[in-house]
Design a protein around this ligand. Structure first.
Ligand code: ZN
Length: 97
């Protein structure tokens, strides 16, 4: 938490999986790096970002409808294996406080 984060507007993004709007903080930012979907946990990676709930249902939906290449303007298909593992880890971490 940085001390001077403006609190007046709560930025919202649309999850590319379930297509629901959610607070940016509740979504995981994804960027394409060399043909691969990379989770951007800190929101600092350059380039276009796609947002998805850190949940496997949303990830599966996004993969099934090829939302990532579309949202990230990728030339070809994007590998989501590393992303899936990251989401699985996030889910597991949430389950065990
Ligand atoms: Zn979602």
């Amino acid at each position: 938490m940085s001390g001077r984060t403006p609190a007046r507007a709560c930025p919202e993004r649309t999850c590319v999986g379930c297509r629901e709007r959610a607070a940016k903080d509740d979504l995981l930012r994804i960027v394409a790096v060399e043909g691969e979907c990379v989770p951007d946990h800190r929101g600092t990676l350059p380039g276009r970002g796609a947002y998805v709930h850190p949940a496997l249902v949303c990830l599966d939906l996004a993969v099934r409808r090829r939302a990532f290449p579309r949202a990230l303007r990728a030339q070809g298909p994007l590998d989501t294996e590393a992303l899936r593992q990251a989401v699985e880890k996030t889910v597991a971490e949430k389950a065990t406080p």
